[in-house]
Write a protein that binds this ligand. Structure first.
Ligand code: ZN
Length: 194
């Protein structure tokens, strides 16, 4: 019987960016600039779709970045948010990033989470989500975001996850548009879209 395994890692170019970005990024807007740049570089390098994310601690220090790697890794769960969360959990050595609410961590994502990532965020112990483009911006170029509850922001807030939307939305959506305009692959499963 053949055994398989997957490794959640990062493209080589992002390892370099990560090692250079070890200081604090003080504002949410600048942290969003950072993840939008990850989204742009990811498709320009041909290492995945136009989505970036990163987890920061309460002092604005980068804990771990993530980029979408669905197509090159042949793995439908490797969205940017999932990669950033998994690498953060590995870096911290615990599955509950906030350590039972004792510590505050922020996930910054270039686009609002899809249905899968919305679930993953709630299971991760993140206490703040900052989003750039809206999910309708991703849908506008053909990506399926899945069956998210219309009340997802309230659901997050009810679970003490603060949601901040529309940070640099125009710039984040422009990366999606540029990806679509360059003929980038729109990859969805055959069954998710309705
Ligand atoms: Zn997702």
């Amino acid at each position: 019987m053949e055994h398989h395994s997957i490794v959640v890692g990062l493209p080589d170019w992002l390892e370099d960016v990560w090692s250079e970005a070890n200081g604090q990024i003080p504002s949410s807007g600048e942290r969003m600039d950072f993840v939008i740049e990850l989204a742009r570089k990811n498709f320009e390098h041909g290492t995945g779709g136009p989505f970036g994310a990163a987890v920061f601690d309460q002092d604005g220090r980068l804990v771990a970045p993530g980029v979408n790697q669905v197509v090159p890794a042949h793995c439908s769960i490797l969205h940017a948010e999932i990669v950033a969360l998994a690498l953060t959990e590995d870096a911290l050595g615990r599955f509950d990033i906030g350590d039972s609410g004792r510590l505050k961590y922020e996930l910054v994502s270039s686009t609002e989470p899809c249905a899968m990532c919305a679930g993953a965020i709630l299971w991760s112990g993140i206490s703040r989500l900052v989003c750039g483009a809206r999910d309708e911006d991703a849908r506008a170029i053909g990506f399926d975001e899945g069956p998210k509850l219309p009340s997802w922001v309230q659901e997050f807030e009810d679970r003490e996850v603060e949601v901040v939307r529309d940070v640099r939305r125009f710039e984040a959506a422009a990366v999606l548009q540029r990806y679509a305009g360059s003929g980038g692959e729109i990859y969805n499963s055959g069954v998710a879209a309705i």
